[in-house]
Design a protein around this ligand. Structure first.
Ligand code: AMP
Ligand code: MG
Length: 323
């Protein structure tokens, strides 16, 4: 979580806290189960949450220009009911190329050794392996609505997207929109807790394992997510990167249909999608409602800000006249 600051993100499209609410048991196991009348009652927006946490090369002196390279990439699967699965899991170490020798600080911080990264994959190779793993397990398909999730904006926005940009590797389409669990947590509990262990402790849990470590962090983030579900929260998409770039048709159907990322398409296209996939209409409709609410909230906030600016300007003008 070291790279970048939290406030530069492109964010927050779908309402967290509105939309899906857990109310007792799920209303059906299949992807097309859905609630009635556009509601997501009794279930999370996704059936599978791929919770991940990267470790990256680093130095003791923090420097926002430092080209972090991912050296560990673990993914833990949590179901929409909050169950953390032992398998399947994805886990690999990676060999950095810009700074191939790990600093002592980095090994101490992450517990990752030079031998582990020397035997690791390249970054692009890892993304291919991840693709294959997603396909093998049928994630991001109609049968398994899936979304990635992690703690804060950094892992996707800075580590994955940053390395893709520097190494001219295509950014993975399935990470365009994701669930920032820290953001959801703060909306839900409003307790001001900081860091992963602090967030766990504030709700009566303890970090299990070594912190920070990719796999242990991922498991503990999944535990946090599971607690949010248990406590009635909704794990909806709340972050989007790379919104301006157009997706190709295949990506559109997989991201928009299987991940329900409505942030990027027009209402007309959303209508088309809903008409083409009636079995998924309730979920898709619910996302539309959440999106409309989020857009309205953004618009209201913007209007208020503009009004406040105008008022301040008027006030300054008055002072000048009198002074
Ligand atoms: P975390 O999200 O805490 O697992 O950290 C992810 C990555 O951020 C680490 O692998 C480091 O590359 C970097 N990082 C975390 N904490 C620090 C720190 N105190 N100083 C420098 N880099 C850090
Ligand atoms: Mg970590």
């Amino acid at each position: 979580m070291a790279a970048g600051s939290d406030d530069a993100q492109e964010a927050v499209v779908f309402g967290t806290g509105s939309g899906a609410r857990r109310s007792g048991s799920r209303d059906g196991g299949s992807a097309s189960g859905g609630g009635q009348g556009g509601e997501l009652e009794g279930r999370q927006p996704y059936d599978y949450y791929l919770v991940f946490d990267v470790e990256a090369t680093c130095e003791a002196e923090r420097n926002s220009k430092y080209p972090h390279e991912i050296i560990e990439f673990p993914v833990v699967v949590m179901t929409g009911e909050g169950e953390i699965l032992e398998s399947p899991r994805f886990h690999t170490y990676l060999k950095p190329t810009t700074n191939p020798i790990l600093s002592e600080f980095c090994t101490e911080l992450t517990g990752i050794t030079q031998d582990q990264v020397d035997a690791g994959m390249g970054f692009e190779e890892m993304l291919h392996a991840l693709d294959a793993w997603l396909d093998d397990n049928e994630f991001f398909t109609a049968a398994k609505p899936t979304v990635f999730a992690c703690d804060g904006p950094w892992d996707v926005r800075d580590f994955v997207a940053g390395e893709c940009k520097r190494k001219r590797v295509e950014f993975p389409w399935y990470m365009r929109s994701w669930v920032d669990i820290r953001h959801t947590y703060h909306r839900h509990y409003r307790n001001g807790a900081r860091r992963l262990n602090g967030m766990l402790e504030a709700i009566g849990m303890e970090f299990e394992g070594r912190e920070p470590s990719g796999m242990d962090d991922a498991i503990n983030i999944a535990r946090l997510a599971s607690a949010i579900i248990r406590d009635g929260g909704s794990l909806a998409v709340n972050r989007v990167v790379d919104r301006r770039r157009a997706l190709d048709d295949d990506q559109v159907s997989r991201v928009l249909f299987y991940s329900y990322d409505f942030a990027t398409i027009s209402d007309f296209a959303a209508d088309e999608l809903i008409a083409a996939h009636p079995a998924h209409a309730p979920r898709l409709q619910a996302f539309r409602v959440a999106r409309a609410a989020a857009a309205k909230a953004t618009h209201l906030a913007k209007t208020r800000k503009q009004q406040a600016r105008r008022n301040a300007k008027r006030k300054r003008g008055k002072h000048k006249k009198h002074g």
